[in-house]
Ligand binder design. Structure first.
Ligand code: NAD
Length: 485
C-alpha cells in the first residue's frame, strides 16, 4: 500500500521528517493506508512554493484562471466514480451519497467560482466633478485553508475554488481522518496543468501541521471549517498576527415543527435532515421541537421510519447510512447517548452501536437514535453530537418554540415547518441562525451567504461573500485637473 504524499510545488513528496499516520477504513476498522504526519517544515516548504507561484498566478487574467478551474471540474467529472468510491471508503458515507451529493458539489464548486470571478465587480464613487474614487480587489497572497472530515472534498474545494479564482495561491490541510480525495485532487491538478506551487496540499494533524499553517507569517488569511473549540485555538494563534479569518463552525440546529405543517413532507424531510451522512453534516437537524398537539403523532411516524432505515455496507445501494468516521467519534457519540440515558432521557429508537457481520464487524456503525428530551438544559440538548442522534421536545406556543430554539450557544441553521406565511416569516426573523430553511432542508444556491451566528462562526462564504473574503479591497482616489479651456 503506497502512502499518500504531500503535494508541494507540483510534486508528490514524502513528509520531511518521514512520519506517517495510519489511515483507517470506517466500514471495517482496518488500516487501509498511511498519510503524512506533516510537521512545520512541510508547511514551510509548501508556503514557500505558494509564495513563489503567487506573482505569476495573480497576473493571469480572470478568464485564464477560470479556464484552469473549468478544466479541473471536467477532469473530476470524468472520474466521478473513482472520487465517490474513494470518499466513501475514507469517510464511511454510502457511495451513492458521495456520487449524488459530495462529488457533484465538488464539480459545481469549481464551475461556480470559475464563472463567478468573471462577473465580479469593483466599485466607483464619483465624489465631485473632478474627484473619482474607485476600488480594486486584489488577491491577498497565500491562502491557508483547513477543512473537516464530514464532507471532505466538498468543503475543501468550497475554499480552494474561490481562493484560486481570485488569484491567491493555496496551502490546504485537509482533515487527517479524510485525506484520500484531496490526494486524488492533486493528481487532477497535475493533469489540468495547474502551474507548480499554485495549490499545495499538506496532510497531517491539526495540532502540528494545522497549527504551523495558522501561525505562518507568510499566510495572511485563514479559512477554517471545523469545531467551535478548535476555532478558539486558531483565533488565539491568528489574531495577534492580524490575519483575515473565516470560521465556519459547529451547530445544534433546531427543526421547529408547527401543528399546521404538511405532516408527510415534514416527517420525510426531517428524516433526511437528521440522518443523512450519518448525521455528520453541520447543517443536520439535531433538536426537533414539535408543537404539543402533533407531538405524539409526528414522533410516532418518525420513529417508525427511523426503525426502517438501513445501516449497512456503504458500497450497497440500499444502505441509507454507513459507519461513523472513526472509532473515537463513534465512542464520543455513544458517550453522549449513555450520559443522556443516565440522566433519565428515554430512548425512542436506536441508542446503541451496531455490530455488522462478516468483514464489516470491525466497522464504526451506530444506530439512528431518537431521544425524548423534555428539558432543554440536558447535555445532549446543548452540546453538538455530530452523529445520528436527535432529540424530540414538545413546545406549547410560538414564544415557547422560539425560546427553545434559541436556547443554545450555537446559531448555524434552522428549519421551520408551517403553512402559515406569517408564522414562517416571524420565526425566520426571531430564531438566531445564519441559515433558515422553511418547509425544506439543505436546498442550496451557491450565491447565498453561508455561515453561522453566535458560536457557530464568523463571516460568510458563498458567491460574492467568498470573492470578497479572498481579496483585499483597495480604494484609489483620483484628483482630475479641470479641462483646459
Ligand atoms: P476539528 O475542529 O477537529 O478539525 C477541523 C480541521 O482543523 C481538521 O483539519 C483538523 O486537523 C484541524 N485542526 C485541529 N486542531 C487544529 C489547530 N489547533 N490548528 C489548526 N488546525 C487544527 O473538526 P472536525 O472534527 O474535523 O469536524 C467536525 C466539526 O466541523 C463539527 O463541529 C462540525 O459542525 C463542523 N463543521 C462545520 C461546518 C460549517 O460549515 N459550519 C461544516 C462542516 C463541519
Amino acid at each position: 500500500m503506497d502512502p499518500i504524499l504531500n503535494f508541494i510545488d507540483g510534486h508528490f513528496v514524502a513528509p520531511i521528517e518521514g512520519a506517517y499516520l495510519d489511515n483507517y477504513c470506517p466500514r471495517d476498522g482496518l488500516v487501509m493506508g498511511k498519510i503524512p504526519d506533516s510537521s512545520a517544515a512541510d508547511i514551510d516548504a509548501a508556503v514557500a512554493a505558494a509564495k513563489r507561484a503567487f506573482p505569476k498566478w495573480k497576473k493571469l487574467t480572470r478568464s485564464e484562471r477560470s479556464d484552469f478551474l473549468y478544466r479541473i471540474a471536467d477532469l473530476i467529472e470524468a472520474k466521478i466514480d473513482l472520487f465517490a468510491e474513494t470518499e466513501s471508503r475514507d469517510q464511511g458515507k454510502p457511495i451513492h451519497l458521495a456520487r449524488s451529493v459530495d462529488i457533484p458539489r465538488v464539480i459545481d464548486n469549481f464551475r461556480f467560482f470559475a464563472g463567478a470571478v468573471l462577473h465580479q465587480q469593483e466599485k466607483a464613487f464619483q465624489s465631485s466633478e473632478l474627484v473619482l474614487n474607485y476600488t480594486r480587489r486584489d488577491p491577498m497572497g497565500v491562502a491557508g485553508l483547513i477543512s473537516p472530515w464530514n464532507l471532505p472534498l466538498y468543503l475543501l474545494t468550497w475554499k480552494i475554488a474561490p481562493a484560486l479564482a481570485t488569484g491567491n495561491t493555496v496551502v490546504a490541510k485537509p482533515s487527517e481522518l479524510t485525506s484520500m480525495t484531496a490526494a486524488l485532487l492533486a493528481t487532477v491538478m497535475v493533469e489540468a496543468g495547474l502551474p507548480p506551487g499554485v495549490c499545495n496540499l499538506v496532510f497531517g494533524r491539526g495540532q502540528t501541521a494545522g497549527d504551523a499553517l495558522v501561525g505562518h507569517r507568510d499566510v495572511p488569511l485563514i479559512s477554517f471549517t471545523g469545531g467551535t473549540e478548535t476555532a478558539a485555538a486558531i483565533g488565539r494563534r491568528a489574531a495577534p498576527l492580524y490575519k483575515k479569518m473565516s470560521l465556519e463552525l459547529g451547530g445544534k440546529n433546531p427543526a421547529v415543527i408547527f401543528a399546521d405543517c404538511d405532516l408527510d413532507v415534514a416527517v420525510n424531510t426531517t428524516l433526511r435532515s437528521s440522518f443523512t451522512n450519518q448525521g455528520e453534516i453541520c447543517l443536520c437537524t439535531s433538536r426537533l421541537l414539535i408543537e404539543d398537539s402533533i407531538f405524539e403523532k409526528f414522533t410516532g411516524l418518525l420513529v417508525d421510519k427511523v426503525k426502517a432505515l438501513k445501516v449497512g455496507d456503504p458500497r450497497k445501494a440500499d444502505s441509507f447510512m454507513g459507519p461513523l468516521v472513526s472509532r473515537e467519534h463513534r465512542d464520543k457519540v455513544a458517550g453522549f447517548v449513555e450520559r443522556a440515558k443516565a440522566q433519565g432521557l428515554k430512548v425512542l429508537c436506536g441508542g446503541e452501536s451496531l455490530k455488522l457481520s462478516g468483514e464489516l464487524d470491525g466497522g464504526y456503525y451506530y444506530a439512528p437514535t431518537i431521544l425524548s428530551a423534555p428539558d432543554t438544559s440536558a447535555e445532549i440538548m446543548q452540546q453538538e453530537v455530530f452523529g445520528p442522534v436527535v432529540t424530540v421536545t414538545p413546545f406549547k406556543n410560538y414564544e415557547d418554540a422560539i425560546a427553545k430554539a434559541n436556547s443554545t450557544r450555537y446559531g448555524l441553521a434552522t428549519t421551520v415547518w408551517t403553512q402559515n406565511l406569517n408564522t414562517a416569516h416571524a420565526a425566520a426573523a426571531d430564531i438566531d441562525a445564519g441559515l433558515v430553511w422553511i418547509n425544506t432542508w439543505m436546498l442550496r444556491d451557491l450565491r447565498t451567504p453561508f455561515g453561522g451566528v453566535k458560536d457557530s462562526g464568523v463571516g460568510r462564504e458563498g458567491g460574492d461573500y467568498s470573492l470578497e473574503f479572498y481579496t483585499e479591497e483597495k480604494n484609489i482616489c483620483l484628483q482630475l485637473a479641470p479641462a483646459k479651456a
